[in-house]
Design a protein. Structure first.
Length: 310
C-alpha cells in the first residue's frame, strides 16, 4: 500500500477528511502537513491537532508549512469555516503544545526520497508546500507516485466558489498550482465539478446520532451549511476534501480522464482558473487527470458508514 502524506488547511471539510481517512484504516499515513488557507497557519495546525485528539490519534505528527502563498497575500474563508476554522465545535478542547520542528516542505522531500515511487500526496488545501518542496528539490517529481488535489473547476464556467471561474484552493495560491501542474508529477484534480455533487445534508448527519462523531459533525458544519444555504440554496456541507480521500480509497467513485490543464495567474478576472484544453487546441501533452463523473451516493454512504463504525 502506498505511503501517504496528507496536506491540509483545516477547515471544516478538511477535518472531516482527516477523520474519514484515519477511520477507514486503509491509509498508511506518514504524517500531516499544514498550510495557510481557509484560516491562518497557526489555526490550521491547532485545528488539525484537535481533530487528531478527537479521533484519539495524537501520535500522528503534524508538520507546519507555508504561512502564506508564494507571492500574493493570503485571503481566508471565515465566512464558510467560522471564526476558528472548524465552526467553534472544539472550543473546549485543550491540546498540548507539541509542534514538530521540521518544516512541511522538508518533510515532503525527506519522505519522497525515503519512499521513492511509493509515496502519494493527498492535498486538500492550497498546494504551496509541494511547490516549495519542488523548488528546493526538483527530483521529488520523479520520486512521488501521485498527487491527488482537491481544487479547481473545469467544465462549470461561472460556478466557482471564489471567483466565477475559480475555486478556493487554486485561487489561494495559483502560482503554486502552476508549479505543481507543470512538474511532471502524476496529478489528479478532484474539482468542484464532482465535489459539488456530494452534499452532506441534515438527513445524512442524523444517521450518526449516538455515535462518536455526531456532535462534531453536526456542530462543526453549522456555519458551513448556513453559508451554502444562503449562497447556493442547499443546506448541506459539500464533502470536497473527504471526496478527495474517497478517491484514494476507491478510485471507482470517480471517472477521470487525462487532459492538458493550465492555471491562470495573471488576469484579475480569472486568477486561479483551471483551464482544461478538452479539444487539444494547444497541442500539449496531457498533464492532469480531471474528474468527469462521481458516484456521489455510494461515496456519501461509505463516508457516513465509516464514521458510524468508529
Ligand atoms: C476547498 O476550499 C476550502 O474552503 C475547503 O476546505 C476545500 O478544500 C473547496 O473549494
Ligand atoms: Ca481544505
Amino acid at each position: 500500500m502506498s505511503k501517504i502524506i496528507l496536506d491540509v488547511d483545516t477547515g471544516v471539510d478538511d477535518a472531516l477528511a482527516i477523520i474519514y481517512g484515519i477511520e477507514s484504516k486503509k491509509i498508511d499515513l506518514l504524517g500531516i502537513t499544514t498550510v495557510s488557507g481557509n484560516v491562518p497557519l497557526h489555526m490550521t495546525e491547532r485545528n488539525t491537532r484537535k481533530v487528531l485528539r478527537l479521533i484519539g490519534r495524537e501520535d500522528i505528527k503534524v508538520y507546519p508549512g507555508a504561512d502564506r502563498p508564494l507571492i500574493r497575500e493570503p485571503e481566508y474563508e471565515f465566512r464558510v469555516h467560522g471564526t476558528d476554522g472548524i465552526g467553534n465545535a472544539l472550543d473546549d478542547m485543550k491540546i498540548e503544545n507539541q509542534t514538530e520542528e521540521q518544516f512541511a516542505a522538508d518533510f515532503i522531500i525527506e519522505q519522497a526520497k525515503k519512499y521513492k515511487g511509493d509515496l502519494t500526496l493527498i492535498m486538500v488545501g492550497p498546494v504551496t508546500n509541494l511547490a516549495l518542496a519542488l523548488r528546493k528539490e526538483p527530483k521529488i517529481a520523479d520520486w512521488i507516485n501521485e498527487v491527488i488535489i482537491m481544487g479547481g473547476l473545469v467544465s462549470m464556467a461561472g460556478k466557482g466558489n471564489k471567483l466565477p471561474n475559480s475555486e478556493f484552493n487554486i485561487f489561494a495560491d495559483a502560482e503554486a498550482a502552476s508549479i505543481v501542474f507543470h512538474s511532471g508529477i502524476e496529478v489528479t484534480l478532484v474539482s468542484l465539478d464532482v465535489t459539488l455533487q456530494t452534499y452532506m445534508k441534515l438527513e445524512h448527519i442524523e444517521k450518526l446520532k449516538g455515535t462518536k462523531y455526531y456532535d462534531f459533525v453536526l456542530n462543526s458544519t453549522k456555519v458551513f451549511r448556513a453559508f451554502s444555504e444562503k449562497q447556493y440554496g442547499t443546506n448541506g456541507c459539500a464533502l470536497h476534501d473527504p471526496l478527495t480521500i474517497g478517491y484514494f480509497l476507491d478510485p471507482s467513485y470517480i471517472e477521470t480522464k487525462k487532459y492538458f490543464v493550465d492555471v491562470e495567474t495573471v488576469s484579475p478576472l480569472n486568477y486561479g482558473q483551471t483551464i482544461c484544453d478538452f479539444r487539444n487546441l494547444w497541442k500539449k501533452e496531457p498533464n492532469v487527470n480531471i474528474c468527469l463523473n462521481v458516484d456521489a451516493e455510494r461515496f456519501i454512504d461509505d463516508f457516513i458508514e465509516t464514521l458510524k463504525q468508529a
